[in-house]
Design a protein around this ligand. Structure first.
Ligand code: ARG
Length: 452
C-alpha cells in the first residue's frame, strides 16, 4: 500500500533525487548499517540469525558497489534507499528489519559525519605533504635573497627560504583547522531516529565505538538538524584554498618575464593555441582561481541553513554537493601545489638582482641613525629626503659622497657603506622570527618539528 494516489511527477523525481551524488557515501552507509544491525541484535531487537543474514547481504551489496556491478537504475531516491532495496532483493524480507530504530534523518547525518572525518583526515595528509615539500624547497634555497614586497612594491629583502616557510605556517594552521572539523564530526547522531529518539532501548555507545565516534549526541533534535561539522570542514577548506590562491598568485607573478624569479616545470605549464612562444603557468593560475569556488560552497551552505526550522528539512540534502566539490577541489589543488613546488626552478641571479636594489635598505639606514641616538620618526624623514635626492637625480645611494651624506644628516657617516652591503640588510634582521640566516635555521627546525 502507499499513502499516495498518484505516481510522482518525473520532474519532481529529477528534483528530489540525490542518488547521482550521494552514492559516494556508500562505504559509510554500509559501515553504519552493519554497526546498527550488530547493535539491534546485541539489544535483542532482532535475532542473531537475522543479524547474520543482514550482514551477509550488506557484504554482498558492498561487493557489487565496489565492483561496479550495482544496478543503480531501480528508481531509488538516494543511496540509503538503493542499498536497502538491494539488500532486501538479496536476503528477502529480513532486509526490511535493518531500518528498525533508524530514520533516514539520523542515517544521512551519520554518513555525512563519517565522510567529514575521513576527508578531513585525508586532506590533512595532503596538507602535510605540501608543507614537507615546501620545507625541503626552503632548505635547498636557504640563503637566496629576493625582495620582500608590500603593495607589490619592493619593501625589504628576505631569503627565499623565509618566504616559503611563511606558507608552511599557514598550512600547519590549516592542518589544525582540519583536525578541529574532524573532532566536531566525532559525535554520533545515529539513534536520534527521525527527530525524537526511537521506541527501542538501543545502545548508541556500542554503535559509536564500532564506527570510531568519540561520543553520542545528547539531543536527538540537535542531532538530526546539525550540520555544524560540515561548516567546520568547509571553513577549513576555504582558508586552505585561500592560502593556495596566494601561493598560486605569487608563482604566476614570479614566473613572468618581468620578474623571472622562477620557471615552472613544463609538466605544470601549457602552451598557447596561437602564440608558439608562450609557456603559461596555468596550474598556478588555477590554484589562484579555485579559492572563490570553495568559499562559495561554504556561503551556499550558510544559505541553505539560514533560518531553517528544526529539525530535518529536505533543504538539508543540499549540503552534500557543496561539501563534496569543496573537498575534491582542495585535495586536487593540494596535490597540484606539491607537484608544482617540487619541480619549480628558482633563479638566484634574478632574485639577487632585484634584492640588490639599494633603496630597499632605507629602513636599515634609518635604523643606523636610531643607533646614533636619533628618534626613529626623525630618521624616517632624513632617509626619505636622501631617497628622494637619489630618485630625483637617478643615482644609487652608494654613489653619494661623504659630504653629500653629511649634508642630509651629521649622523650619516661611514656606517652607511656597511649598511649598503646587501647581505647586511638580511643579516641585520636578527629578531625572533626574522629573516637572518640563524633565525631561518631555527625556524626550519621548528617547522620540521611541528610536522613530525
Ligand atoms: N537524501 C536525503 C538527504 O540527503 C536523505 C534523508 C531523507 N530524509 C527524509 N526525511 N526525506 O538529506
Amino acid at each position: 500500500m502507499s499513502r499516495f494516489s498518484l505516481p510522482q511527477d518525473p520532474l519532481f523525481q529529477q528534483l528530489n533525487t540525490s542518488l547521482g551524488y550521494d552514492r559516494r557515501l556508500w562505504p559509510h552507509d554500509i559501515a553504519q548499517s552493519k554497526a546498527h544491525a550488530e547493535m539491534l541484535a546485541a539489544q535483542g531487537i532482532i535475532g542473531d540469525d537475522e543479524r547474520d543474514e543482514i550482514l551477509r547481504g550488506l557484504d554482498a551489496v558492498a561487493a557489487e558497489l565496489e565492483g561496479g556491478t550495482f544496478d543503480f537504475d531501480g528508481g531509488d531516491e538516494d543511496i540509503h534507499m538503493a542499498i536497502e532495496r538491494r539488500l532486501t532483493e538479496i536476503v528477502g524480507r529480513v532486509g526490511g528489519k535493518l531500518h528498525t530504530a533508524r530514520s533516514r534523518n539520523d542515517q544521512v547525518v551519520t554518513d555525512l559525519s563519517l565522510f567529514v572525518r575521513e576527508e578531513a583526515h585525508a586532506t590533512a595528509e595532503l596538507v602535510q605533504e605540501l608543507a614537507e615539500t615546501l620545507v625541503d624547497v626552503a632548505e635547498a634555497h636557504l640563503d637566496w635573497p629576493l625582495p620582500g614586497y608590500t603593495h607589490l612594491q619592493r619593501a625589504q629583502p628576505v631569503y627565499l627560504s623565509h618566504h616559503l616557510l611563511a606558507y608552511v605556517w599557514m598550512l600547519l594552521r590549516d592542518r589544525q583547522r582540519l583536525r578541529f572539523a574532524s573532532d566536531e564530526a566525532a559525535v554520533l547522531p545515529l539513534g536520534a531516529g527521525a527527530l525524537a529518539g526511537v521506541n527501542f532501548d538501543t545502545d548508541r555507545t556500542l554503535v559509536a565505538r564500532e564506527l570510531g565516534f568519540e561520543a553520542v549526541s545528547p539531543n536527538s533534535v540537535d542531532a538530526v538538524s546539525n550540520r555544524d561539522f560540515a561548516f567546520d570542514l568547509l571553513h577549513a577548506l576555504s582558508v586552505c584554498a585561500t592560502h593556495l590562491s596566494r601561493l598560486g598568485s605569487e608563482l604566476v607573478i614570479w614566473s613572468s618575464e618581468e620578474f623571472g624569479f622562477v620557471t615552472m616545470s613544463d609538466a605544470w605549464s601549457s602552451g598557447s593555441s596561437i602564440m608558439p612562444q608562450k609557456k603559461n603557468p596555468d596550474a598556478a593560475e588555477l590554484l589562484r582561481a579555485k579559492a572563490p569556488r570553495v568559499v562559495s560552497h561554504m556561503t551556499a551552505l550558510h544559505g541553505v541553513m539560514h533560518a531553517l526550522p528544526l529539525t530535518y528539512n529536505k533543504d538539508l540534502q543540499e549540503d552534500k554537493e557543496h561539501l563534496f566539490d569543496a573537498v575534491d577541489t582542495v585535495q586536487l589543488s593540494l596535490r597540484a601545489a606539491t607537484g608544482m613546488m617540487s619541480t619549480a626552478t628558482f633563479h638566484a641571479d634574478r632574485m639577487r638582482e632585484a634584492a640588490a636594489d639599494e633603496l630597499i635598505a632605507a629602513t636599515d639606514l634609518a635604523d643606523l641613525l636610531v643607533k646614533r641616538g636619533v628618534p626613529f620618526r626623525e630618521c624616517h624623514g632624513i632617509v626619505a629626503g636622501l631617497v628622494r635626492d637619489a630618485v630625483d637625480n637617478d643615482r644609487a645611494l652608494s654613489s653619494f659622497s661623504a659630504e653629500e651624506l653629511l649634508a642630509h644628516s651629521e649622523h650619516l657617516d661611514d656606517g652607511v657603506a656597511a649598511v649598503l652591503q646587501q647581505s647586511s640588510w638580511l643579516e641585520s634582521k636578527v629578531s625572533e622570527g626574522g629573516t637572518s640566516l640563524a633565525r631561518v635555521r631555527e625556524q626550519l627546525a621548528a617547522a620540521r618539528d611541528a610536522l613530525q
